[in-house]
Design a binder for this molecule. Sequence first.
Ligand code: HEC
Length: 113
Amino acid sequence: MTMRTNIPMLAVALLAHWLPAAQAQDAVKGRAVYQAVCIACHAPENVMVSAPKAGDVKEWARRAGTDAAGLRQLTDHAVEGFGAMPPKGGRADLTRAQIQDAIEFMRQAPNKG
Ligand code: HEC
């Protein structure tokens, strides 16, 4: 009798566990893209360029919130170009997935990267 109610609970618990892990994986891949390309303008110490900085959680949230829809919007902008941001950061060979991974990395707090 209790098994019936516990199975959906278990599924929810497993899903909740799996989602952040998948996001963390994306951020690990994104770090490599960031370090190869985006860092030129998005490094925290770069005061010459008005790009949102890696690890500046507040600025990224101000631009597009912190949810999946916001991530999609940021990815669209980064792929197509946005203001002084060149399409794909000037690297046409990057895939949309790589761009998104780099954004996931950049909008995390630095101590999680
Ligand atoms: C040549 C400098 C430069 C490079 C390289 C660069 N960016 Fe940017 N990026 C900018 C600037 C400047 C802005 C701010 C644009 C604005 O708000 O007008 C920006 C903004 C963004 C935004 C915010 C868009 C929004 O909707 O507010 C994202 C996302 C982004 N960049 C992702 C990336 C990624 C991912 C890479 C690496 C693949 C990258 N950028 C490489 C200069 C750069």
